[in-house]
Design a protein around this ligand. Structure first.
Ligand code: FES
Ligand code: FES
Length: 156
């Protein structure tokens, strides 16, 4: 077993894990944060995307041990005082959610994009979200939602 200290959505967790346990498994099975989804489990679909030290990663490809000492953000950490984050709200307002399986990953990828590029164009947004597959084909509404979220954040 390996001792791991990881900060998830601002809360420190001290856990012991088997060497092969992934960050996705740690989040879902040990910390019961089920926003990150397991789609393919091999780095292809992006459904497991979380932010690791602010950068989008496929958590199925990251060993929990490699998250030691690092900060993880999941979709569960975005809302503040019961209010949705602007990106989450824009996804709801624009109907950018169908089955919802890709949505936590899409939202987090959009969050990372808007932090580094507050006013992205459609091509930049599409590129930033390209690693997350949406089997429902909600991409046009997702792009609209991200543009709206950028505008909302700009006036805050
Ligand atoms: S479950 Fe991680 S990329 Fe598909
Ligand atoms: S909304 Fe269903 S996979 Fe994207």
């Amino acid at each position: 077993m390996i001792a791991v200290t990881v900060t998830v959505n601002g809360t420190r967790h001290d856990v012991e894990v088997e060497p092969q346990v992934t960050l996705l498994e740690l989040l879902r099975e040990r910390l019961f944060l089920r926003g990150a989804k397991e789609g393919c489990g091999v780095g292809e679909c992006g459904a497991c995307l979380v932010l690791l030290d602010g950068e989008p990663v496929s958590s199925c490809l990251v060993l929990a041990a490699d998250a030691d000492g690092r900060a993880v953000e999941t979709v569960e950490g975005l809302a503040r005082d019961g209010a949705l984050d602007p990106v989450q709200a824009a996804f709801v307002d624009h109907g950018a959610i169908q089955c919802g399986y890709c949505t936590p990953a899409m939202v987090l990828a959009a969050e990372a994009l808007l932090r580094r590029s507050p006013d992205p164009g459609p091509a930049e947004t599409a590129e930033a979200l390209a690693g997350v597959l949406c089997r429902c084909g909600s991409y046009p509404k997702v792009l609209a939602a991200v543009a709206a979220a950028a505008a909302t954040k700009a006036v805050r």
